[in-house]
Design a protein around this ligand. Structure first.
Ligand SMILES: Nc1ncnc2c1ncn2[C@@H]1O[C@H](COP(=O)(O)OP(=O)(O)O)[C@@H](O)[C@H]1O
Ligand SMILES: O=P(O)(O)O[C@H]1O[C@H](CO)[C@@H](O[C@H]2O[C@H](CO)[C@@H](O)[C@H](O)[C@H]2O)[C@H](O)[C@H]1O
Length: 480
């Protein structure tokens, strides 16, 4: 990728127009695309960067495209309101361009271009092409600019050249490529202007020497408007971090151990300890605030608003909404009585899949992006640590449900062990604040209903079962 060969020189409008029908068919099939099963109403370029020209023999394009969120079915439009019709999302794509696609890249096919500047070429998902991704790592190793793209790296971390690239098969909210079992590149898919907490928090934790979170080694972002004005915030696009080779992800490990009838409470307790350690470091690295009456009410109001909008989008949630609201009312009431809590930066979307156990048995936490559907500014606000604890408690429930567990009590025991582990480090058991915890667990279950409806409709029954339980005035642990 010499400077001359990589100078961005494309007419982005004409290029995207030629890819338009292919992307409209391909995008909605991607897991990371929000809004399944409905046609894309608008597809327009935000920025197009030619990293390698077509025909060399494989070209590489970096695209930021804006889509208008698909229209809701007729019956939901009135309920979702005009705002939902106007909502747009920006997605990051890395597109390979070849005359013909070799058989091993067939699963990556996006389509054959028939018109415009790329007529006669085949375009495909570049992440599946080890050659292109090796070239992309070379670009990441060199700090500097490339059109609207800006590449940065930690000068203290050596990223060797020539590492073999392989795309991760896991279906995710984002996409990842592993390099030689030493580094992993995470490419954010739905991107927006502003500081991405998935870079911000690991960088701050690395500064404190926190070993529970892989430290960013290189990262890149874009300034589609040129970056001249302070208001023109960068879009965070991707991060390279050390790859924890041989690590087990907590979700797969839990399902495996359930399958073998093995006890998971020891691991749950260790994850609780890891969570509390990361919370302690985040509280030391970034500002904390005391939540008074007004802030607690705001949090409760925010939860109620999310419930209302989720219930509009997912009809199955509607019958439970009034009962779920009582959890938020109880939180606001406690705030009104003068109960206060500390808020700090948190993980924001903690679940078993974000916990990795290294072969030495130590747990690390990854993916500090927060809930992908929330605005960035909101995800970066200090919050009670109960948000993360609630995420993990829900995750034990997910694992038990997904394994169609016969043994009652598995989730309940893991939830308890996790809280005990948390208290080992924090000195306070999260269950000491049942109203706070319940409100956050309810909020999480509501988020999950919306997430599953948008991304994995087949999974909707999992959070709906929890919603039913939480709405039933019973304990969140009932039925396990
Ligand atoms: N540093 C790492 N070491 C090993 N595996 C990792 C690492 N980071 C991510 N992974 C793997 O990649 C998967 C997806 O990463 P994650 O950051 O959670 O992306 P997403 O936001 O798409 O869920 C994880 O579940 C894990 O299996
Ligand atoms: O892609 P991310 O890991 O950033 O998070 C999103 O996808 C998760 C699913 O992959 C989703 O998590 C939900 O499903 C998990 C099992 O697959 C379960 O362990 C979690 O508890 C449950 O919330 C997550 O909510 C979503 O933001």
């Amino acid at each position: 990728m010499s400077e001359a060969a990589t100078r961005p020189s494309v007419n982005s409008g004409a290029l995207l127009a030629s890819l338009d029908p292919l992307l409209r068919a391909w995008l909605p099939r991607q897991r990371w695309f929000a809004g399944k099963g409905r046609p894309i109403s608008v597809l327009e370029p935000v920025a197009v960067t030619e990293l390698l020209p077509a025909g060399s023999p494989s070209g590489l394009l970096h695209l930021l495209v804006r889509t208008r969120r698909p229209m809701a079915p007729a019956q939901d439009i009135a309920a979702e309101g005009r705002a939902a019709e106007r909502a747009t999302d920006c997605y990051q794509l890395l597109i390979g361009v070849r005359r013909t696609l070799p058989p091993h890249l067939a699963p990556a096919l996006i389509g054959h271009v028939t018109e415009g500047p790329l007529a006669g070429f085949t375009v495909y998902e570049a992440l599946h092409d080890p050659r292109l991704m090796a070239l992309f790592l070379e670009r990441l190793r060199m700090p500097g600019r490339h059109g609207v793209l800006r590449f940065e790296r930690d000068p203290g971390t050596d990223i060797p050249s020539g590492l073999a690239a392989r795309v991760l098969a896991a279906e995710q909210s984002n996409s990842s490529v592993v390099y030689g079992d030493t580094f992993i590149l995470k490419l954010f898919r739905r991107v927006m202007p502003g500081v991405n907490p998935d870079l911000e928090l690991p960088l701050r934790l690395a500064e404190r020497g926190c070993a529970r979170v892989p430290a960013p080694a290189a990262w890149f972002h874009a300034h589609p408007a040129g970056g001249a004005s302070p208001a023109d915030e960068a879009y965070g696009l991707g991060v390279v971090q050390p790859y924890l080779a041989g690590a087990d992800d907590g979700w797969e490990l839990a399902l495996r151990m359930i399958g073998k009838g093995e006890d998971f409470t020891g691991e749950a307790r260790a994850i609780g300890r890891a969570t509390a350690e990361v919370h302690r470091e985040l509280a030391a690295a970034l500002p904390t605030v005391t939540l008074g009456r007004a802030q607690v009410e705001l949090i409760a109001d925010g939860m109620a608003e999310r419930l209302t909008s989720a219930a509009r989008a997912v009809p199955a949630l509607r019958p439970f909404a009034p009962a779920l609201l009582t959890a938020y009312e109880a939180l606001a009431d406690l705030g009104g009585e003068g109960q206060s809590w500390t808020a700090q930066r948190v993980h924001g979307d903690l679940h078993l899949g974000q916990c990795l156990r290294s072969p030495d048995g130590g747990w690390s936490l990854i993916d500090f992006e927060g809930e992908p559907a929330r605005p960035l500014a909101e995800r970066r606000l200090p919050q009670p640590t109960a948000r993360d604890v609630a995420g993990m408690l829900r995750s034990f429930d997910y694992a038990a449900y997904s394994a169609e567990l016969r043994a009652p009590g598995w989730a309940k025991d893991c939830r308890a062990a996790y809280c005990v582990g948390y208290a080992d480090v924090a000195g306070r058991d999260p269950r000491t604040d049942p109203v706070l915890l319940r409100a956050h667990e309810t909020d999480k279950a509501v988020y999950e209903v919306l997430y599953e409806a948008r991304h994995r409709p087949d999974w909707l029954p999992v959070p709906l079962a929890a919603v039913r339980r939480l709405a039933g005035n019973g304990s969140a642990d009932d039925d396990h």
